[in-house]
Design a protein around this ligand. Sequence first.
Ligand SMILES: [Ca+2]
Ligand SMILES: [Ca+2]
Length: 104
Amino acid sequence: MMRWYLILAFVGCSACSRSAESKAPISGADVPRKSFAISDTNGDGFISHSEWAAEETRAAAVIPPVNRKEYIGSLESIFKRFDLNADGRISLKEWLARASRTPR
Ligand SMILES: [Ca+2]
Ligand SMILES: [Ca+2]
C-alpha cells in the first residue's frame, strides 16, 4: 500500500510541477495519460528506464536524504511492476493498465 502512495505522490508531483509550463488544465480522467506524457520526455511513446530514472532523481530531490535511498528503491520496484512484458520500458498501454488498477 505504501508503494501506491509513493507512486501517486510521485506522479502527482510531476504533473503539478510542470502544469504551469503547459498551461493546459489537467482534468481528473486525463491524469494517467498526462503523467505518462510528462515522464516520456522524448515523446517516443515509451517511458524508458533512463527517463524513469530522471524522474526518480527529480522526485527524490524533495525527499530527506535519510529516506532517499529507500524511496528510489520503491520507485525502481514500481518501474518493474509497470513494465509488464519486462522489455525495460513502459508503454502507454502498460502504464494505463497499471494506473487504472491503482486503488484510491
Ligand atoms: Ca521515451
Ligand atoms: Ca514494457
